[in-house]
Write a protein that binds this ligand. Structure first.
Ligand SMILES: Nc1ncnc2c1ncn2[C@@H]1O[C@H](COP(=O)(O)OP(=O)(O)OP(=O)(O)O)[C@@H](O)[C@H]1O
Ligand SMILES: [Mg+2]
Length: 562
C-alpha cells in the first residue's frame, strides 16, 4: 500500500499566503516615512559598526605580515649561521660531559681539533655548534634593537645558546596603546630567563617541529601582561641535519597600534554619525512627520464636515507646496460642489416651468369636458410643446454629462470631412461651406465636435431670415491650430447678451424650445480639447462664431459648395 505524502508544491502553495502577507506587511512598513527614517539611521550607524567588524580581518592580515617579517629575519639568520658554522670535519670536539654543563662554561673552553674524527660522529655531539651560536649574541641584540623581535638561538636539543634579550629588551619596554585613549606603557616580553639555564622552550610545539626540520609557528597569550605573542622556530640545517634552531618571538604591538588607530577613527566616525543621525532624525521628524500628521488630521476633520479647517501650511518646502495644492484642490472641489448644487437648482427650475404649464393645461382639459375643440387643441398643442422642450432639455443635459466622461475617446480625422457630413445633414440650401485644399487633421472626439458644429449652425439658422446665408468655413490658422467658423447675416447679439450666451440655461429662445445649453456645450467641448470659442457679432448685421482647435497634421485635398 502506498501512502501519499503532501507534495512540496502544495506545501509551497500553503506557505505562499503567509509569505505574501509578510511581504505586504514589510512593504506597508517601508512606505511609511517613519520606517524609512529609521532604516536610514540604522544604515548610518551600521556602516562604522561593520567597519569595526572588518577591522578584525585587517588585524589578521597585520599578524600575517608580522609573521612574514619574522620569517625573513629567521631565514637571514639561518643562512648566516649555516655558512658561518664550520663543516663537520672542522667542528671542535666536545666532551660528553660538556653537553650536560651550562652553555657558558662550555664556550669558555678552548676548541679542540677534530680532524682525526669522522664528520658524522662530531656533528652528532650536541654542543658542537654552541661557540658559533654564542658568537652571534651581540648581533642578535643589535637586530632586536632594530626589529623589536626577540631572537634566540637554540642548539639541536632545544636549549637556548644565545638570546637577544639576555639583558632585557634592548630598547626598553614597548609602549602599548590602549583601546580608547593614550598609550599605556607596559612590558611586553615575558620575564627574562638566563640563557645558561636550559629553559622550558624545548618542549614547545614550534620548537619540537623545528627540531624535526620543519618550520614551527605559534601564537600565545601572555596572561600576566595580557598580550599576544607570535613565535616562529626555524631549523638550522647542516648536511641535512638539524644543528640548531632560530627562535623568534614578537609581540603583536604594531598590529595593536594599527588596530588602535583604525578603531579610534572608526569610533570617532561612529560617534559623529550617531550625533548627526540623531540630529537629522530630530530635524526630519519636526520638518516632515509632524506637518504631514497635521495635514492628515486637518484633512480628516474636513472630510468629517468641519468647514473652519484649513489645509494651507505656511511653509516654503515641499510640504508647504503639498498643503497649498491640497488647499487649491479643496477650493476647486468646493467650487464644483457649489456649481453642482446651483446646476441642480437650475435644472429643477427649467423642469418646473414646463411641468407646471403641462399640469395647468391637463387640469383645465380634465375640468372642462364641454371645452370646444379649438381650445382643446390649443391646450394639447401647449402640452406637446412643453414635452418637446423637456425632451430637448433632457437630451442636452445628457449630452453635457457625457462630454467629460467620454473625452478620452479621441480619434484622428479630417475636419473637412466632418464639415461636409454635418452640412449635408441639414439639407439647407442657404447653408454653404468653404474648405481648404489641404487636409485638416485633428485629434478630437469626432461626435462631440460634430454636435458642437450642429448647435452653431442651428443657432445661425434660427437667428437668420429665411433666405439669410449661413456659411461654414474650416481653415488652418497656422501649423498648430485649425479654425472652424460659422457665419450668419442674422439678428446679431447685443453686447450685454454676448457676455452671457455661454452661461448654462441662458436663452432668448425659451418660447421656441431653446434650452440655453447649446453654446455651453460647445464651450465645454472646445475647452476640453485645449481650444477656444470666440464670438463676433453686431446687432442687425450678423454673427461669427469661431472655434479654434489644435491641429495634428495636414495632407492636400480640396472641396467647396455654395
Ligand atoms: N447666431 C446667433 N445669432 C444670434 N443670437 C445667437 C446666435 N447664437 C446664439 N445666440 C444667442 O445665444 C443664446 C444662447 O444660445 P444657446 O445655443 O446656448 O441656447 P439656445 O439656442 O437658446 O438653446 P438650444 O441651443 O438648446 O436650442 C441664444 O438664446 C441666443 O440669444
Ligand atoms: Mg442653441
Amino acid at each position: 500500500m502506498t501512502r501519499s505524502r503532501p507534495s512540496s508544491a502544495s506545501a509551497t502553495r500553503a506557505a505562499r499566503p503567509e509569505v505574501w502577507r509578510a511581504l505586504r506587511w514589510i512593504h506597508a512598513q517601508l512606505v511609511r516615512i517613519r520606517t524609512r527614517l529609521l532604516v536610514i539611521n540604522l544604515i548610518a550607524v551600521g556602516v562604522p559598526v561593520v567597519g569595526i567588524h572588518w577591522a578584525r580581518t585587517f588585524e589578521q592580515e597585520g599578524l600575517k605580515a608580522l609573521e612574514a617579517d619574522m620569517r625573513h629575519v629567521a631565514e637571514t639568520l639561518r643562512t648566516l649561521l649555516e655558512k658561518s658554522v664550520p663543516p663537520p670535519a672542522q667542528v671542535p670536539p666536545t666532551t660528553r660531559s660538556s653537553s650536560s654543563r651550562p652553555a657558558r662554561s662550555s664556550s669558555a673552553r678552548p676548541a679542540r681539533s677534530s680532524s682525526a674524527r669522522p664528520a658524522r660522529s662530531s656533528s652528532a655531539r650536541p654542543g658542537a655548534r654552541r661557540p658559533a651560536f654564542e658568537a652571534m649574541a651581540p648581533s642578535l641584540e643589535l637586530m632586536a634593537k632594530r626589529t623589536r623581535m626577540r631572537v634566540r638561538l637554540l642548539d639541536k636539543r632545544g636549549r637556548v645558546v644565545a638570546d637577544s634579550h639576555a639583558k632585557g629588551p634592548p630598547e626598553g619596554p614597548e609602549d602599548v596603546p590602549t583601546f580608547w585613549g593614550s598609550y599605556q606603557p607596559r612590558r611586553i616580553h615575558p620575564p627574562h630567563r638566563p640563557s645558561t639555564n636550559p629553559g622550558p622552550v624545548y618542549g614547545r610545539r614550534e620548537i619540537r617541529a623545528a627540531r624535526k626540520g620543519q618550520l614551527g609557528t605559534a601564537t600565545r597569550y601572555h596572561r600576566r601582561i595580557k598580550r599576544v605573542f607570535l613565535f616562529l622556530a626555524m631549523p638550522i640545517m647542516v648536511d641535512r641535519r638539524v644543528e640548531g634552531v632560530v627562535y623568534i618571538t614578537r609581540s603583536t604591538i604594531p598590529v595593536l597600534e594599527a588596530m588602535y588607530r583604525l578603531r579610534t577613527t572608526l569610533l570617532q566616525v561612529l560617534a559623529v554619525a550617531l550625533g548627526l543621525t540623531a540630529l537629522m532624525s530630530l530635524f526630519l521628524a519636526t520638518t516632515i512627520s509632524r506637518p504631514l500628521a497635521r495635514l492628515s488630521r486637518a484633512a480628516t476633520r474636513l472630510a468629517s464636515g468641519a468647514r473652519d479647517e484649513t489645509l494651507r501650511l505656511e511653509r516654503r518646502d515641499e510640504i508647504g507646496e503639498l498643503s497649498r495644492s491640497f488647499a487649491a484642490l479643496l477650493a476647486k472641489l468646493d467650487g464644483r460642489a457649489r456649481y453642482i448644487s446651483e446646476f441642480a437648482a437650475n435644472i429643477s427650475h427649467e423642469f418646473k416651468t414646463p411641468l407646471a404649464s403641462m399640469r395647468g393645461a391637463a387640469e383645465l382639459l380634465a375640468d372642462a369636458p364641454e371645452m370646444d375643440d379649438a381650445t382643446r387643441q390649443r391646450f394639447l398643442g401647449n402640452i406637446l410643446a412643453d414635452v418637446q422642450r423637456l425632451d430637448r432639455l433632457v437630451s442636452r443635459l445628457l449630452q453635457l454629462s457625457r462630454i467629460e466622461a467620454t473625452l478620452e475617446h479621441r480619434e484622428v480625422f479630417d475636419l473637412r470631412e466632418l464639415v461636409l457630413e454635418v452640412v449635408d445633414g441639414f439639407a439647407e440650401p442657404a447653408l454653404g461651406y468653404e474648405l481648404p485644399e489641404a487636409a485638416l487633421m485633428v485629434n478630437a472626439h469626432r461626435s462631440h465636435i460634430a454636435s458642437s458644429l450642429r448647435a452653431l449652425i442651428e443657432n445661425a439658422l434660427r437667428h437668420s431670415e429665411a433666405d439669410g446665408a449661413v456659411r461654414v468655413a474650416a481653415a488652418a490658422l497656422d501649423s498648430h491650430r485649425a479654425l472652424l467658423q460659422v457665419t450668419d447675416e442674422g439678428s446679431g447679439i447685443s453686447e450685454a447678451n454676448q457676455a452671457r450666451i455661454f452661461d448654462r440655461f441662458f436663452t432668448t429662445c425659451g418660447k421656441s424650445g431653446g434650452t440655453g445649453l447649446g453654446l455651453a456645450i460647445v464651450q465645454t467641448v472646445v475647452k476640453a480639447h485645449g481650444g477656444e470659442v470666440r464670438v463676433n457679432s453686431a446687432l442687425g448685421e450678423g454673427t461669427v462664431f469661431t472655434l479654434e482647435l489644435p491641429i495634428l497634421t495636414s495632407r492636400p485635398r480640396s472641396a467647396s459648395r455654395g
